[in-house]
Design a protein around this ligand. Structure first.
Ligand code: FDA
Length: 505
């Protein structure tokens, strides 16, 4: 078949260029499935027999392996997908909806080099954020980096899509703190910031990497934190003023002192009898200072000294991952949660939701009590308000009070299970329409959601979902794509369409 011909063309070319077969995995090799599954977070795309799996997986050991993979797949007529941490919500780094492709897996390209004097680091794309946090902060309590909460997320996908977490209000997204990068383009050429130019460097900071090339490495500015930070959890149910507290939280959390981060995790508990709002938080400073700040900013929460624990910033990463008390060495564990499937969606809230609105949302969650549906509310404001929507491709800035992530994880048992869960997620999303941003109804690209639309490689058709993720930056992204990859070699179901349509840039 044509796929077999393409495959053998690729193999011949790749072996010629690299003189090695050690890091090629084909569906006929024994270890293919293990390698495919090695970083998979969402197993429903693997168990599904409607998805196309990679014709090859290349576990790149060097930059030239990546370059050879690209040159040879272009020659063979195969597309390329790249995987760093494998956390893509729609599995676009390792399955496709039909396109034959190879996956370049970067898990072995994960070195991290810190320049203490400069306060910078070069981090390779295959590193996880846990490895990054560990490397920069294990022996230095005052150094940190703003990125996501889950330690196994890969730097490659996470940074190119934005990257939000507990330091977002203080220092912005991960992408805001990138100062240089190395990328391989669709011709196999390796380029740094200077060589790729400011347009492409702009695009890969929030526009996703997958549309533009393979990012090998980022140079980042490390940020400073106090040697002591304070973590706390406060749980409130409906009978304990949960609704009033969440209502109040919406308007004040984005305006808090930038050192204070309080996110809310809301869900039905006790077999669907009540709603629990968890105020999952940290403060960049000690307990005394925090108690003073809370008395002024959010006395209603009733935070007590005994709710608080002083830790290092690195330990706060464990706290947000419910691992406080364990050794920080767990941050080096790349092993994903196995045998589970998930679906997520996202929204941005610009006007706080009324008490009545929140009550209706709780009713919805109580009705869906048999579904493992969780709402994660992440406050924006602070530094995010100071950065312009056009500064980098990540567009969600001033005017957003918080981001909502709807998240559901389950174990696969029979093929109809997924469909039932997915249906509830769509219902939830539909239900939330009056409460969230509109025109466009914004979404966060790192919380990829295929229901928003599938790419056709055409600006006009893809605008429907493109402006949800990227707002007005979608135009510039499409132009950059037109310039650097006009024949759409790097593509997936939600990649940027190449265009030359607009003259204003
Ligand atoms: P993966 O390797 O699957 O890649 C994701 C996408 O980026 C794919 O399209 C891929 O092709 C592309 N890509 C990957 N590496 C690339 C490279 N080197 N060059 C070019 N393109 C590349 N987000 C957040 O902001 N804050 C958070 O707290 C969390 N928490 C969280 C928890 C869990 C359990 C999951 C599963 C996910 C999150 N996320 C998150 C979302 C996360 O930021 C998002 O899924 C990232 O894209 C994951 O990047 P990976 O490299 O792990 O994924």
């Amino acid at each position: 078949s044509s796929t077999t011909i393409r495959s053998s063309k690729f193999l011949q070319c790749f072996i010629n260029k690299t003189n090695s077969t050690n890091n090629i995995y084909t569906p006929n090799t024994n270890s293919y499935t293990n390698v495919l599954l090695s970083s998979v977070q969402n197993t429903r795309f693997i168990t599904s027999n409607t998805t196309t799996k990679p014709s090859f997986i290349i576990t790149a050991a060097t930059f030239s392996d990546v370059q050879a993979s690209i040159t040879c797949s272009r020659l063979a007529g195969l597309h390329v997908r790249v995987r760093s941490g494998g956390h893509d919500y729609e599995a676009m780094s390792y399955v496709s909806s039909g396109d034959p492709f190879i996956t370049i897996d970067l898990a072995n390209l994960r070195s991290i080099t810190v320049d203490k004097a400069q306060g910078t680091a070069w981090v390779q794309a295959g590193a996880t954020v846990g490895e990054l946090y560990y490397t920069i902060a294990k022996n230095n309590r005052t150094v940190a980096f703003p990125a996501g909460i889950c330690p196994t997320i890969g730097v490659g996908g996470h940074f190119t899509g934005g990257g939000i977490g507990s330091l977002t209000r203080t220092y912005g997204t991960s992408a805001d703190n990138i100062v240089d990068a190395l990328i391989v383009n669709s011709k196999g050429k390796l380029m740094n910031r200077k060589a790729m130019g400011e347009d492409l460097f702009w695009a890969i900071r929030g526009g996703g990497g997958a549309s533009f090339g393979v990012v090998l490495s980022f140079k980042i500015n490390l940020v400073s934190v106090p040697s002591t930070v304070t973590v706390f959890n406060v749980n409130r149910k409906l009978g304990e003023n949960a609704t009033e507290l969440v209502e109040r939280w919406q308007t004040i959390a984005p305006r808090f002192d930038e050192k204070l981060f309080i996110r809310v995790v809301a869900q039905a508990v006790n077999g669907g009898k009540t709603i629990q709002a968890l105020f999952n938080s940290f403060y960049l400073g000690g307990i005394e200072e925090l108690l003073t700040v809370m008395k002024k900013s959010f006395p209603e929460l009733g935070l007590k000294r005994e709710d608080c624990t002083e830790v290092s910033w690195l330990e706060s990463v464990l706290f947000f991952n419910s691992d406080l008390g364990k050794s920080v060495d767990v941050l080096l564990d790349r092993e994903p949660q196995v045998n589970s499937s998930f679906k997520a969606k996202s929204d941005f809230v610009k006007n706080s939701i009324s008490k009545e609105g929140l009550e209706k949302i709780w009713e919805f969650l109580l009705e869906a009590k048999d579904e493992p549906l969780i709402l994660i509310l992440e406050p924006f404001g602070g530094k995010m308000d100071e950065i312009l929507e056009t500064d980098i491709a990540f567009p969600h800035r001033k005017g957003n009070l918080y981001n909502i992530q709807y998240y559901m994880r389950w174990s696969e048992k029979g093929s109809d299970v997924s469909e039932k869960h997915l249906e509830w997620m769509r219902k939830m999303y539909e239900f939330m329409t009056p409460y969230v941003s509109s025109q466009p109804r914004a979404a966060y690209y790192n919380y990829k959601d295929i229901d928003l639309g599938v790419g056709h490689g055409s600006y006009l058709e893809d605008e429907v979902w493109g402006v949800k993720y990227f707002k007005d930056n979608f135009k510039r992204l499409a132009l950059v794509k037109g310039k650097v990859d006009h024949d759409n070699f790097f593509r997936n179901e939600q990649s940027i369409p190449p265009t030359v349509l607009f003259k204003q840039y």
